[in-house]
Design a protein around this ligand. Structure first.
Ligand code: IVH
Length: 686
């Protein structure tokens, strides 16, 4: 049953998730969910707040413009607040918006023939304001929170489509969207991939990342462009003449030398507006830049004042968001990849197709069941969609387009990397996406697995070795420079410098990154080893108990199984892994080069012990900010409490960090008390 408490919790949950996602999007230029998912959460929150005004809060993300100015740049207050647009997600909502605006204008005595809407693409980039004093560009700023943005003038000057000097000495402020053309984005990402650097998820993040570089030369290299779409303040003509319509404004902006928004359609009725939005949607995939919607604006500027503004969005405009792009293409072949733990996963090779800003030529098929369930055959025409902006998936095949030449896919019987006979295995927790009957290569020396293990070892969540991406790992293996993860630490950096696309500087950076990675700590190291059934949380729980990786050579499975959240399978697997002679060799090598194996000896650990938490069970969820999970678990135990991985009626407290998810929801459903990390520390200390 929905009660007000559970709604209140859903609201705080949504706010937290939205804030987390907004931070990744605006501040780090590295989102981990798609815009579509973000918009859906935002919309749900907005509706809940509208339905339950008593739960609304002025500090809710729905009342703010995302993002805030970074400390990296000087902060500037915008001469005119840079608002945002309210979104509509369906043609019905769009029609309703138009009808409502039209009705209001009619009620205010505007003649029907004067009511016109301008419809234009919503460019998927980042919003900037450009200020000119007596015709000279004096300030280029990002939107930030809408009131205060970042001064990025030096970078703005590198952008095509922004004049440094206007043909007339005007005082003027305009607003537009800085974007990266798709072609430029492909090239940039290719170069990054070749250099083993992290690639950008989409052109928008690439544009945002580039515009916020401290070095203007790096921004210039990103070949950004702009579409100016709004006049903010000041004068567009020397004689003070003011344009009457949006269309006239945009024409004048283009005459002044800006790249102004080019596609504009005029429409009068809700139906005509819907039609214009559809037409722009059809242009979408053919444009050389990304758009994520269409913007509908009242064309006659004087009418905008009649309609007015909400706190952060105008009532005279709305943004229609297009659903994720889907495309048809041909499934050319299915390749089988060997994962880190030997599991084989099918990968679809597609005829390259442009989709949401990237060329898609591969898609995951997750497992054989999906191929069967969706009756996907080699040679089929298939529909691909980008789910999270990043990983494309095959939605279905178009059976009507078959000509009989298609073939049913059969899984191989031997490992494509080492030739070992494959073993049929039951699905396990790490392969949760695999329904049943997965195939596995059990050869520990299989080259494909070795490669994947080292890639995992170096990855962000594990030892986080900057600059060591999949292609460099592959190259190091191919060149015979490494045979296991420990070899990374004794690399001959002179040889590394001579590798294609490396050079002295990159080799030096890699050396430093490796050095830094040595002190990630035992929990990260255990996770980095890539032991089956042993995820990040399990690694932390184990280390919180045994305190060092070394200790695992002596640990018995029964002892490990006593650790909260560590099941029999995991404890058996860890114990078996530490019985392998190869493990001894690897750990000894890592130890010899100075990789940290143990948690620091804290005096606190000994002296702090008490029974404050006796009889209490805690569940940690979300990201903690002042301590790691292992430390929090340790803290709870030192005070006599229990830490558990799942919420039940028996749970005393759920400790919710940033971006807490389903466990938090469960806690509220069960009426379990939710506390913050801060509360936990306070309880422990006093
Ligand atoms: S008009 C007062 N027109 O979409 C609002 N915005 O959420 C004026 N955007 O941050 C916005 N293309 O940066 C407008 N043709 C366009 C646009 C556009 C992209 C961005 C804009 C804003 C966001 C709205």
């Amino acid at each position: 049953m929905e009660n007000i408490e559970s709604i209140s919790l859903r609201i705080s949950d949504l706010r937290r998730q939205i804030e987390r996602a907004a931070k990744l999007y605006y501040d780090n230029d590295a989102p981990d969910i798609s815009d579509f998912e973000y918009d859906a959460m935002f919309e749900e929150l907005r509706q809940l707040e509208a339905k339950y005004p008593e739960l609304d809060d002025p500090s809710s993300p729905t009342h703010k413009v995302g993002g805030h100015a970074s400390e990296k740049f000087e902060k500037v207050t915008h001469p005119v607040k840079m608002g945002s647009l309210s979104d509509v997600f369906s043609e019905d909502e769009l029609s309703a918006f138009v009808q409502k605006a039209t009705d209001t204008l009619l009620e205010n005595g505007v003649p029907a023939e004067d009511i016109v809407y301008s419809v234009e693409p919503k460019i998927d980039g980042l919003s900037v304001s450009l200020t000119y004093e007596r015709g000279t560009l004096t300030l280029g700023a990002t939107r930030g929170d809408g009131t205060v943005g970042e001064n990025v003038t030096e970078n703005i000057r590198t952008i095509a489509g922004i004049p440094h000097q206007l043909p007339e000495p005007l005082d003027l402020c305009v607003r537009g969207e800085v974007y990266m053309p798709r072609e430029v984005f492909y090239e940039l990402n290719q170069a990054k991939e070749d250099a083993g650097e992290k690639t950008f998820a989409n052109p928008r993040n690439a544009a945002a990342g580039s515009l916020r570089r401290l070095d203007a030369a790096e921004c210039a290299a990103a070949k950004l462009d702009i579409f100016v779409f709004n006049y903010q303040t000041g004068s567009l003509y020397e004689d003070g003449h003011a344009p009457e319509t949006h269309a006239e404004t945009i024409g004048r902006i283009a005459d002044l030398g800006f790249h102004a928004i080019r596609i504009q359609k005029l429409a009068r009725t809700p139906d005509e507006v819907v039609e214009a939005v559809r037409e722009i949607g059809e242009l979408r995939s053919g444009l050389p830049y990304d758009i994520d919607g269409a913007v509908v604006k009242i064309n006659v500027l004087g009418q905008r004042t009649i309609l007015g503004e909400n706190p952060s969005t105008p009532k005279w405009a709305a943004a229609f968001k297009y659903p994720p792009e889907q495309k048809e293409t041909k499934l050319l072949a299915i390749e089988v990849n060997v994962g880190r733990t030997g599991v084989l996963t099918p990968l679809a090779l597609l005829e390259p197709v442009q989709l949401a800003g990237t060329t898609v030529s591969r898609a995951t098929l997750h497992n054989i069941d999906i191929i069967r369930a969706r009756d996907i055959r080699i040679g089929d025409t298939v529909i691909v969609q980008k789910a999270g902006d990043i990983i494309p998936e095959i939605l279905s095949s178009v059976a009507a387009k078959r000509d009989g030449s298609e073939t049913v896919f059969r899984f191989p019987e031997h490992c494509p990397s080492c030739g070992e006979t494959l073993i049929r295995d039951k699905a396990d927790d790490e392969d949760a996406s695999v329904a049943e009957g997965i195939l596995r290569c059990e050869n520990p020396a299989c080259p494909a697995q070795l490669e994947r293990r080292i890639i995992h070892f170096a990855s962000r969540g594990a030892m986080n070795i900057d600059g060591l991406g999949p292609s460099l790992v592959r190259l190091l293996i191919d060149e015979g420079l490494i045979r296991d993860a420990a070899d990374l630490y004794t690399l001959d950096f002179e040889k590394v410098a001579e590798l294609p696309r490396m050079g002295k500087k990159s080799a030096e950076n890699l050396k430093n990154a490796l050095e830094t990675s040595k002190s990630r700590g035992p929990a990260k190291l255990l996770w980095a080893l890539g032991i089956r059934h042993t995820g990040e949380a399990a690694s932390e729980a184990v280390i919180a108990k045994v305190r060092s990786v070394d200790a695992l050579f002596d640990a018995k499975p029964e002892e490990l199984a006593e650790i909260e959240d560590i099941g029999e399978v995991t404890s058996e697997t860890i114990a078996a892994y530490f019985r392998l002679p190869e493990t001894r060799t690897l750990i000894d090598k890592l130890k010899a080069v100075g990789v940290v194996m143990s948690l620091p000896e804290t005096d606190a650990a000994a002296s702090d012990n008490d029974d404050k938490f006796a009889g209490m069970t805690f569940v940690l969820t979300g990201t903690l900010t002042t301590m790691t999970r292992a430390e929090a678990t340790d803290l709870i135990k030192r005070h006599g409490g229990k830490a558990s991985g799942s919420v039940s009626k028996k749970t005393t407290y759920v400790v919710a960090g940033e971006a807490a998810g389903s466990k938090l929801t469960k806690a509220t459903e069960l009426g379990v008390a939710v506390i913050s990390e801060d509360d936990l520390l306070k309880m422990a200390n006093g």
